[in-house]
Ligand binder design. Structure first.
Ligand code: ZN
Length: 200
């Protein structure tokens, strides 16, 4: 809601806005309005499966976007494939991102795999509801081009239909203000709905 009102999705009537951090979550703006769904969970892209026989996810399914693309999973995969943390022992996704920027191929590949999972989930969303922009915030998005370059490339592999061809993916702009600004945007939308009395 914040990114649509004042941030990177401003002016876009159909958007998926995501957080990629310890977990992966998202929300939808459709036809210029928030689409929370009956329980507020619509757009929960982190638990769409993009790997049918993939690793079990804590949610009970397999191969979820979050199981592949969250910060802890980026770090876990890098470590499993031989990535060595620096002398400070930092095994966070930010440390993997720093190694990737320095050219470490295992770190680069772990971000590429995360980007591939995100791209498949974003492309599925675009195919389902015709979004034209995906906005990504959260700590993992702070990796910058280490994430966004392979993400844009992978999106070309998965968003293949003509009506998804214009789909773009951009970093979030609202930072840690997103929660409070988004709450205000959602409240404003709800009060407009409450005030709306259809004329007979
Ligand atoms: Zn899951």
């Amino acid at each position: 809601a914040a990114e649509h009102w004042q941030g990177a999705a401003r002016g876009h009537a159909n958007a998926l806005c995501m957080v990629v951090s310890t977990g992966v979550g998202g929300g939808l703006v459709l036809n210029g309005r928030l689409h929370p769904g009956p329980t507020g969970n619509a757009g929960h892209i982190g638990h769409i499966s993009v790997d049918l026989d993939g690793d079990p996810c804590p949610c009970g399914a397999r191969g979820c976007v979050e199981r592949i693309a969250s910060g802890p999973n980026i770090a876990r995969r890098a470590l499993a494939n031989g990535w060595l943390p620096g002398p400070d022992g930092d095994v966070s996704a930010a440390a993997v991102a720093a190694s990737a920027r320095a050219g470490d191929p295992v770190a680069v590949r772990s971000f590429e795999r995360a980007a591939q999972a995100l791209a498949a989930g974003i492309a599925a969303t675009a195919t389902l509801v015709e979004i034209d922009i995906a906005v990504i915030g959260g700590g993992v998005a702070g990796a910058g081009e280490v994430l966004f370059a392979p993400l844009r490339a992978a999106l070309r592999d998965y968003a293949t239909l003509s009506f998804t061809a214009g789909l773009t993916v951009v970093p979030a702009l609202m930072g840690t203000d997103a929660g409070v600004v988004g709450a205000a945007a959602a409240a404003a939308q709800q009060s407009r709905l409450d005030a709306f009395v259809p004329t007979p």
